[in-house]
Design a protein around this ligand. Structure first.
Ligand code: NDP
Length: 330
């Protein structure tokens, strides 16, 4: 194939990562076994950091950014994949050590590919993307903890209007949990209520330092914010509760004590989506296929052209994006 196409590359400029659009050909791609025609990618918080230069996501340069891919196999040297297969890729080091989804074509290792889950088209798969699949990993982990069931009390979701938060609310509500949304944007309350939130907390309240053990409130929580917010959530967790930690939108530190863990048996469950094994991924996607209402998915997401990525990256890092942004790579 002699086709040239546009890619969003992160390159070194005076010792700093800098994103710009570049033309490339198939021959410029890494020599992995499966060539995928990328139809859609997404914008996640991590993509925002990479493209805006606010975070050092790429560990080698130049790097094609974009941690998600939904596309169709064009060529394959692997017996596991054949031309025409519809596939999804989330993580696996894309945009960090491996070239990612902000390019019309990408060569990928066969083991990074997941078959497009039944019931989703390529746009829907990216409306979910890494953020939505991470939300499903969080809900799986809460239920695996074994002490949280619908009816056992309020489940809190922080960073509620973001991609992970929005999807987590929809998934938890679909299972019958009473979901409380922590957001800094009161104007998103109607949207969050439409996804299934039944109560709200101002995120500023959670960001205030308080006593290490506070009044018990949350039977479970999905935290995407970290820092003092996560510490506060732990201090308000009920006896036997579990809290998943997947994000750092508010900071990477954790100014907490061990008291909720040793006096209330509260569990802090770490969630990583990037290197999650296939079995966990398949289970998370199965939950999404079963529980994620398609109207909710449409309400959560919008499609934007790749040309807008530099602007959108700045917006997501500034906390101004609601829900999920699908990137049309065509
Ligand atoms: P978004 O930017 O879409 O959402 C983050 C939300 O966090 C915002 O919408 C906002 O919610 C809230 N927020 C932003 N800044 C602050 C702040 N300073 N203090 C408190 N709250 C804040 O990001 P995603 O949903 O895509 O990702 C959420 C987090 O999860 C990120 O840190 C991301 O890196 C991480 N992540 C981790 C994964 C993993 O594998 N562990 C995978 C996917 C994401 P609101 O406006 O409602 O207050």
């Amino acid at each position: 194939m002699s086709e040239t196409f546009t890619a969003l590359m992160i390159e070194d400029e005076g010792g700093k990562p800098k994103a710009s659009f570049r033309q490339m050909g198939i021959g410029d791609l890494p020599d992995h076994d499966v060539l995928v025609e990328v139809h859609y990618s997404t914008l996640n918080y991590k993509d925002g950091l990479a493209v805006s230069g606010k975070g050092r996501i790429a560990r080698r340069l130049p790097m094609v950014a974009g941690i998600d891919i939904a596309g169709i196999v064009k060529e394959s040297r692997s017996p596991d994949w054949k031309p025409g297969d519809k596939v999804v890729v989330n993580g696996w080091g894309l945009s960090e050590t491996e070239w990612g989804g902000y390019a019309r074509y990408q060569r990928l290792k066969p083991e990074w590919l997941t078959r497009l889950p039944d019931g989703f088209d390529l746009v829907e798969a990216m409306a979910i993307g890494t953020a939505g699949y991470t939300a499903a990993l969080c809900v799986d982990a809460l239920e695996d903890w074994g002490q949280i069931r619908p009816g056992s009390g309020e489940v809190l979701v922080t960073g509620a209007a973001g991609g992970v938060g929005s999807t987590a609310i929809a998934l938890l509500a679909a299972r019958g949990y009473a979901v409380t949304a922590a957001t800094g944007r009161p104007e998103t309350h109607d949207y969050l209520r439409s996804l299934g939130a039944s109560a709200f907390v101002d995120r500023a309240v959670l960001a205030e330092k308080g006593a290490p053990l506070q009044k018990e409130r949350w039977s479970g929580a999905v935290d995407t914010v970290g820092s003092q917010t996560l510490a506060t959530v732990l201090s308000q967790a009920r006896y036997g509760a579990a809290v998943t930690a997947c994000g750092l939108a508010g900071g990477a530190d954790l100014p907490a004590t061990v008291l909720p863990h040793i006096l209330r048996s509260v569990a802090l469950l770490g969630i990583d989506s990037v290197m999650a094994p296939h079995a966990k991924r398949e289970r998370a996607w199965a939950r999404l296929a079963r529980d994620l209402d398609r109207d909710a998915l449409r309400a959560i997401s919008r499609v934007e052209p790749m040309s807008l990525l530099p602007d959108l990256a700045g917006q997501i890092v500034a906390g101004q994006i609601r829900g999920r942004v699908v990137i049309d790579v065509s």
